[in-house]
Design a binder for this molecule. Structure first.
Ligand code: 1CP
Length: 348
């Protein structure tokens, strides 16, 4: 029996529409908080393959999703390129020396040397591959990376940002430097994802969480083209490993039928109407998504949305998910309800 999630990514018929949730291993689960406490802090947890594997599996058992997503963070990549990273309580990720010059960039490690330092990620995947195979329930394992653009926003700003003013200043006044940064990150990401595949993941997801920060006429140049390059590289070596592309906040591109790219699945964010995504992209990609994550606060609002999305997609070329990550104060009960409703309405 094939894995239902992998089959769905490839556009094959499945007994029901599989479902997972972005950020499904995380703070809304008391069991996650317990393991994080044991690890000491978030980065220690990412660096500990045994514990990282444990929290990766938790949502399979607790909320019954059809795929596990590797527990890690997109920012381990710039961290291993040599940027010192801290996660401050309440403030999120902070790099102590953001990149502002070519010298800053040259001081970072690139290519295979950087990708080879992420051994704890590959070790976590190897443990998970064994554990998932031993379960025999055919649940899939998703590996992931941040898009070069999304990673670069943190590398240039030094932290999360609302305005992206520092990286946009670079985009317009020194685009050559921004492209050099994006190229260097792209080279590492290609090899990083290759090593994740070699270690045992079933599917790749690329998160371009901050796609919407780029004006539409510049999106291809500064983000999409780099992801196409990553996908072309991976597909030339691993044609059977599905790739999910999740660019958040890009309904303007979807409307114009942005279609080119060697991806199997397009992750639809919650601000993009599913019917429009289906019309514009449905022939080219399997669509993933796209319930507004805050609907999880209410079971009736959840059921209505799940039924609505299912009636648009008709159980074909679709994977259920949220349109962005689950928030930490969502009751576990409601997350379970979402998952079981997706499986109920789509059962053939
Ligand atoms: O335990 C904690 O307090 C830390 C919270 C946390 C968690 C659980 C962070 C810090 N990262 C993660 C795990 C994580 N991050 C996963 C694996 C878990 C899962 O999905 O089940 C994944 C896939 C990510 C990816 C990630 N990290 C993204 C892309 C996805 C998205 O939500 O858009 C981004 C933008 C990050 C950066 C990051 N890491 C953590 C935070 C709080 C942030 C966002 C900061 C900001 O808003 O700028």
């Amino acid at each position: 029996m094939g894995k239902i999630f992998v089959d769905a990514c490839l556009g094959l018929e499945t007994p029901y529409t599989p479902v997972w949730m972005m950020r499904q291993a995380g703070r809304y689960l008391p069991q996650y908080m317990e393991v994080r406490k044991q690890a000491g802090n978030f980065l220690n947890l990412c660096h500990n393959p045994k514990l990282a594997a444990e929290v990766t599996i938790q949502p399979l058992d607790i909320v019954n999703v059809d795929a596990a997503i590797l527990f890690s963070d997109i920012l381990v990549v710039p961290n291993e390129m040599g940027m010192k990273l801290e996660f401050l309580a309440g403030e999120g990720p902070v790099f102590d020396k953001p990149i502002s010059t070519e010298d800053d960039l040259d001081s970072l490690i690139g290519g295979d040397e950087a990708a080879s330092k992420l051994t704890y990620v590959y070790d976590t995947i190897k443990i998970l591959r064994e554990q998932l195979d031993a379960r025999g329930d055919n649940k899939a394992l998703i590996g992931f990376t941040g898009a070069p653009w999304t990673l670069a926003t943190y590398m240039i700003e030094g932290q999360g940002t609302k305005t992206y003013n520092i990286c946009k200043k670079m985009m317009y006044s020194n685009p050559e430097l921004l492209h050099k940064i994006l190229k260097k990150v792209t080279e590492v990401v290609k090899l990083y994802m290759e090593k994740q595949i070699e270690s045992g993941i079933d599917v790749v997801q690329i998160f371009d969480s901050w796609a919407a920060a780029i004006e539409p006429s510049k999106y291809n140049e500064f983000s999409w083209s780099y992801m196409v390059e990553i996908a072309d590289y991976l597909k030339s070596k691993y044609p059977n490993t599905p790739i999910i592309m999740f660019p958040k906040g890009v309904s303007a591109f979807v409307e114009r039928g942005l279609v080119y790219g060697n991806f199997d699945v397009f992750g639809v964010d919650w601000g993009t109407p599913m019917a429009m995504a289906k019309e514009k992209l449905g022939d080219k990609y399997v669509l993933q998504g796209n319930m507004e994550p805050c609907r999880l606060y209410d079971k009736v609002a959840t059921t209505q949305c799940v039924e609505g999305i299912h009636s648009i997609m008709g159980g074909k070329r679709h994977i259920f998910n949220l349109g962005h990550g689950i928030l930490p104060d969502v009751p576990v009960e409601n997350a379970k309800h979402f998952v079981s409703e997706c499986q109920r309405v789509s059962k053939k």
